[in-house]
Design a protein around this ligand. Structure first.
Ligand code: BES
Ligand code: ZN
Length: 469
């Protein structure tokens, strides 16, 4: 228990001293024409600093009572999932690191933290980097008549500086656009099961120079067009739209819209740790670690990431047992891959990338996927996706005197299980309803319940153990 603590407890001064001593040693051993000690000292310091575990891992270990020397004897009793240990991960990812938008320094810090946690549990860690087009909104100005209205570009809006008459176009179905929208600015309502992308494409096809999408609720909203659009597309609040629609009913209105935005290639990564099995099947235990830019993402989705990390700790002794006794004639067991997905919030990009980089054979041998997204706030645990896995999780919960609800099918497309299901891989989505702070700055660790995390994690551990057997 104590072997990691001194590392963590080292003060900056102690680290300097260690680095200095290392540098002295290097200098003493160096051949005469080696670099001068001052340079060695700097690189030794850099090494000493990068080797230190990230802030917080020791606290998590303390909360989980993991033996940091990775010496768990092949346990007769499985390790218990600790809600407190999972909550400690949530605090580190959301309170200490903060927002983790893909491609930002926060996301990189999140990935480093996850990699360190996996390594601390004894796993070999692999990073899967991938690039994605990152949209940056620099400035948006919308003026209608004399009024300046708050608007935000939808992700992948075209940049532009356009003006034209404002024309109401219902929900943005192709039939909703009157001919007068040509060379005008379309005013479209959010919803009716038509994606932002389809609304934008229909507006462009009808000849609109730009589209303004208003919220059905009175608040503002954000969203993505999924692919670069050919016209500027912005979001406004329902409250602002009400005024506009009243004015528009009374007479023509001129809209002027400036969108200064750009798309550039950025890099992020999935972080993967594997527990090799004896059979040829693989099961994936996943959660996305990125957040939306304005939110520290404690529930969405440090909670799922923490659950996945704590499951990795729970299964770690099995990793050790296999190392110790690799020849034991156990029945074939699936390999478990713990995957922290990047860039989920930009359109499930990490899970898509994960599937793309598998060979057809590896994909065919992926037996199941378990996804955790928003599992720390609310009262009702819901499971959706593959019917057999969902049913089994309900059975296991019932055995423990708990109930698990059915997640509405509409939600199943909204997180990283979706690409697995689309690839024909049985996948389940664990989600706790309902979080009032979804995608807001208020999604902080203080709202997250250790009991809820423990409930989800304990049930999932049982299900994963069963499926991987
Ligand atoms: N965690 C959410 C999905 C979610 C929200 C599930 C509420 C259940 C209830 C996820 O991170 C997210 O925000 N997904 C996007 C879609 C994705 C394809 C960009 C969403 O739901 O808008
Ligand atoms: Zn999420």
């Amino acid at each position: 228990m104590t072997s990691l603590r001194p590392n963590r407890a080292r003060t900056a001064g102690q680290r300097w001293l260690l680095a200095f001593l290392a540098a002295l040693l290097l200098a003493a051993c160096a051949p005469a024409k080696a670099a001068p000690p001052a340079l060695d000292s700097a690189s030794a310091l850099a090494k000493a600093q990068t080797a230190a575990p990230p802030a917080g891992i020791a606290e998590v270990l303390a909360a989980s009572s993991l033996d940091p020397a990775h010496r768990p004897a092949p346990a007769a009793e499985p390790v218990q999932f600790s809600g407190e240990a999972a909550l400690a991960h949530v605090r580190q990812l959301s309170d200490t690191i903060g927002p983790r938008a893909a491609g930002s320094p926060g996301a990189d810090a999140g990935a480093d933290y996850i990699a360190q946690a996996f390594a601390t549990y004894g796993y070999r860690v692999e990073r899967q980097p991938f690039t994605f087009p990152r949209f940056e909104e620099r400035q948006v100005r919308l003026t209608v008549g004399e009024d300046e209205i708050t608007a935000h570009a939808l992700v992948y809006s075209a940049p532009g500086n356009v003006s034209g008459p404002l024309v109401a176009a219902g929900y943005g179905a192709p039939a909703d656009f009157p001919p007068s929208v040509a060379d005008g600015v379309a005013l479209i309502e959010r919803g009716a099961n038509i994606t932002f992308k389809d609304k934008a494409e229909a507006a462009a096809r009808a000849g609109a120079r730009a589209a303004i999408i208003f919220n059905s609720a009175s608040t503002g909203f954000t969203g993505s067009l999924q692919v670069p659009a050919s016209i500027p597309v912005v979001a406004i609040s329902g409250a602002d739209s009400r005024r506009l629609r009243e004015q528009l009913a009374a007479g023509p209105l001129e809209a002027r819209l400036v969108v200064d935005a750009a798309v550039e290639e950025r890099q992020t990564a999935n972080v993967v740790a594997s527990l090799p099995g004896s059979g040829d099947r693989t099961v994936v235990v996943g959660a996305h670690y990125d957040s939306v830019p304005i939110s520290p993402g404690a529930n969405d989705n440090a909670s799922g990431t923490a659950t996945m990390l704590e499951l990795a700790r729970v299964f770690a002794p099995e990793l050790q047992a296999q190392r110790v006794d690799a020849a034991a004639s156990q029945p074939p067991r699936a390999t478990i891959r713990f995957v922290a997905f990047g860039a989920e919030e930009l359109g499930l990009l990490g899970s898509d990338h994960y599937l793309q980089q598998l060979s057809p054979d590896e994909r065919a041998h992926t037996a199941a996927m378990f996804n955790f997204d928003m599992v720390g706030v609310g009262d009702e645990l819901l499971v959706g996706g593959d019917g057999t896995l969902a049913e089994r999780s309900r059975g296991l919960a019932a055995g423990a005197g708990e109930t698990v609800g059915q997640l509405n099918g509409d939600f199943v497309g909204r997180s990283d299980q979706a690409p697995f299901l689309a690839a024909g891989i049985p996948a389940v989505f664990f989600y706790v309803s309902d979080d009032p702070h979804y995608h807001t700055p208020g999604d902080v660790a203080g709202n997250v319940s250790a009991e809820r995390l423990a409930e989800v994690g304990t049930l999932a551990a049982e299900l994963i153990r069963e499926v991987a057997r």
